[in-house]
Write a protein that binds this ligand. Structure first.
Ligand code: FEO
Length: 160
């Protein structure tokens, strides 16, 4: 059974979304470098790499299942934030949005009764739980302890 056209197209859109996410976090990494927060920058660079891995995972799966892969244009990403809290608020909200996109892919796989795709997509469902939780934890710590905590967080995030 090959992928339905609808699911194949939705996976292409998700590849684009993951690449956009990668650029978003790369842009945040550059922003943090520029404001002297090397640990935050390191964390965001790792995050950008992970997002690109997600894109590759989707591409490989689509090819394996006879989908039609096409790499589209990636929209521009923001380049500046008010500070670490604003950047992590953006990160958390963005990950919640990505979770909705993954749920939508899963809905299509369910409509198609495509059990292989459901099985494949569960990895992303679980990954999103972790992505949201990690971003929320860092955001909560920044909000609770305030700007004086930024140096400690910078050291901690640099160990990712
Ligand atoms: Fe690929 Fe952060 O979701």
């Amino acid at each position: 059974m090959i992928l339905s056209k609808k699911l194949s197209e939705a996976i292409n859109a998700q590849v684009n979304a993951e690449m956009w996410s990668s650029n978003l976090y790369l842009s945040m990494s550059v922003y943090f470098q520029n404001v002297g927060l090397k640990g935050f920058a390191h964390w965001m660079k790792k995050q950008a790499d992970e997002e690109m891995e997600h894109a590759h995972k989707l591409i490989d799966y689509s090819i394996d299942r006879g989908g039609e892969v096409s790499i589209g244009q990636i929209d521009a990403v923001p380049t500046t934030w008010e500070g670490p809290i604003a950047a992590f608020e953006h990160t958390y909200n963005h990950e919640c949005h990505v979770s909705e996109l993954i749920d939508n892919l899963m809905n299509i796989a369910e409509e198609d009764k495509d059990h292989a795709s459901r099985d494949f997509l569960f990895w992303f469902v679980r990954e999103q739980v972790e992505e949201e939780s990690t971003a929320k934890e860092i955001l909560d710590q920044l909000k609770t302890y305030g700007e004086c905590h930024v140096a400690i967080m910078d050291h901690k995030l640099g160990k990712r």
